[in-house]
Ligand binder design. Structure first.
Ligand code: DI6
Ligand code: FE
Length: 402
């Protein structure tokens, strides 16, 4: 008797492992031991006489890896519904930011909110994502913009990972916008923000470092100083790159071995080549593209031709993507960005895990973490096709139903 084994049988598996499209297995089963997948295959090939602690009949459901939302700004105070109205009346996102609104209005609301309020609102958002099968979630800081408030937001993000069943990876995004107390002194702000990282890392609060390299964010030179500070601490980097303009951010990030470059609507051919050379993931964010009513598409065909892995995320944030549905992003990646349904699926599983530097998830294969989702669907392409529809039946986090 092997007390630690749990069997999950009678499923149609989309493993995203191996060379077959989707990695489909009809009449499939999963064997888990603790938080890990021990065996993945056909029911019929299961070792006979296997004694298991628990035996779950999935009744023919489709089973996929747990979804990975690898780019979110989940922790913040307030909302930006009034700014949405202003944009509908003709104001641009950049105009609002330059007038002191935008990210900076969320910074004021975040600083004014108690940690308990920040936790309650972010945990509610995380639960909504989990109901659609998200089992791993990246959360960035970036609405605190001072040592105290950045650390507070990262601490709230870590607490979400500690209290909810999903895995949370945290990213420091102190270089998101210039806080009002540094108006006109962006270099001084960057100098100071670089000094926060060591303590945040020592406190176990940060897995990666990000920046917003753009006309309303920081220059490539300022971004590079943040990257150098990260590199000295051995922290991986990623970048909000080429979202509103081409600053050469992707090539810079690639030089620092970035895990991902994100947004990329204005990405150049040389940026693509640099990302390909560095193995950097292209993180595409259709929610922000849609919500800002952008018209410049990211260069999907060129990324595909170059073999750059593409990932998809919600970019949940109050200003440019107040979206809490990774399934909707799956659909929009296809309709707006012309990804194939399979590319979009790989973008929220295996390539999203890679964008977080995680090799232990994103596929259904022996040795992977037992994060998986049962869906009321026959084929995963149905989930990219429907929208405003949640066929999630059951989410398993590290081998446990919760
Ligand atoms: N780009 C974005 O789309 C988000 N951050 C960034 O650098 C938007 C953040 C916000 O508007 O609050
Ligand atoms: Fe973002």
């Amino acid at each position: 008797m092997n007390p630690g084994l749990t069997l999950w049988r009678n499923a149609r598996l989309a493993t995203f492992a191996g060379a077959e499209p989707w990695g489909l297995v009809e009449g499939g089963a999963l064997l888990t031991e603790g938080s890990q997948l021990l065996w993945v295959g056909r029911d019929a090939d299961l070792q006979r006489g296997l004694r298991v602690q628990a035996d779950h009949d999935l009744q023919g459901a489709l089973v996929t890896p747990g979804l990975v939302d690898a780019h979110t700004h989940l922790v913040y105070g307030g909302d930006r519904a009034a700014e949405f109205e202003m944009r509908l009346q003709g104001a641009s996102y950049e105009d609002i930011a330059r007038a002191g609104g935008g990210i900076r209005s969320t910074v004021a609301a975040t600083r004014a909110a108690s940690s308990e309020m920040l936790f309650a609102s972010a945990a509610a958002r995380a639960r909504t994502l989990m109901q659609e099968g998200v089992t791993t979630l990246e959360i960035k800081s970036g609405y605190g913009l001072s040592a105290e408030h950045e650390t507070r937001c990262l601490t709230v993000a870590r607490r979400i990972g500690a209290e909810l069943p999903l895995t949370v990876r945290t990213t420091s995004l102190a270089a998101h916008a210039l806080p009002p107390e540094f108006a006109g002194r962006p270099d001084d702000y960057i100098d100071e923000a670089c000094t926060w990282l060591a303590e945040q890392k020592a406190a176990g609060l940060v897995d990666a470092v990000d920046a917003f390299c753009d006309t309303i964010g920081f220059t490539a030179t300022q971004t590079e100083r943040i990257f150098m500070a990260a590199q000295q601490l051995g922290l991986p980097v990623k970048l909000h790159a080429e979202q509103l303009s081409d600053q050469g951010g992707a090539a810079l990030a690639a030089r620092y071995g970035a895990l991902s470059c994100d947004h990329l609507e204005h990405l150049s051919a040389s940026g693509i080549a640099a990302m390909q050379g560095a193995g950097t993931v292209a993180m595409l964010l259709p929610g922000a593209y849609y919500f800002l009513r952008d018209t410049k598409l990211p260069p999907v065909q060129a990324l595909r031709d170059a073999g750059v892995p593409m990932a998809i995320a919600t970019d949940h944030n109050p200003g440019s993507s107040p979206c809490l549905s990774l399934l909707l992003m799956l659909n929009m990646a296809c309709t707006l960005f012309r990804l194939t349904p399979e590319e979009a699926w790989r973008g929220v599983t295996v390539n999203a895990a890679r964008a977080l530097g995680l090799q232990d998830r994103g596929t259904l294969a022996p040795g992977q973490r037992a994060d998986f989702v049962a869906w009321d669907a026959e084929h995963p392409r149905e989930l990219a096709y429907r929208f405003g529809h949640n066929p999630c039946l059951r989410v398993v986090f590290g081998g446990a139903d919760r």
